[in-house]
Design a protein around this ligand. Sequence first.
Ligand code: URA
Length: 203
Amino acid sequence: PEKAVAAMARQAPANLEELNSLIRRSEPLVPGATQAVTGEGPEGAAIAFVGEQPGDREDREGRPFVGPAGQLLTAALAEAGIDRNGVYLTNAVKHFKFVQRGKRRIHQSPTAGEIKHYRWWLLTELGFVRPRLVVALGATAALALTGRAVPVLRERGPMAFDGWDGFVTVHPSHLLRLPEEAERRKAQADFVADLRRAAALAR
Ligand code: URA
């Protein structure tokens, strides 16, 4: 990975478009993904949201946050008064990692080494987008942005990231996994409250 990062840095993309074309031409670190999924949204957006990695649907469509977790995020953003099209959305890892079970492709969490491999891209990407606030959705993004394991439920809220004003909250897929209706509703309300707070910080 260190060699790969040095090789990428030598390619020195001049802008986001060049960076994204480098990312799209790269081989997935773990084989299997259909395509790399790059970030989406305007350069200069006030907030950049960083997720974990594309899921099954994102891998097929080539866009971030279009599957079930993405739809939940889009709805929560709307509830918090944030226009999805006005923010920047990306992932710490740009390729879907999964195991095949029959017809289903089951998501696998990226390892710390994989997160580190993709980190140069993420930081370079943020350097082009220049948001006022970077929001880490879940532990993978928080690890990518801080270099340490962050217990997100305990430490949710504003946090200094390497070079950025940051904010940590849960990943929307966490909300999908909660089995109990009441617990899920409470967690969704907390998530929307975090998004509102982040939006206020980015103003
Ligand atoms: N989960 C993520 O972290 N990112 C996506 O793009 C979709 C689901």
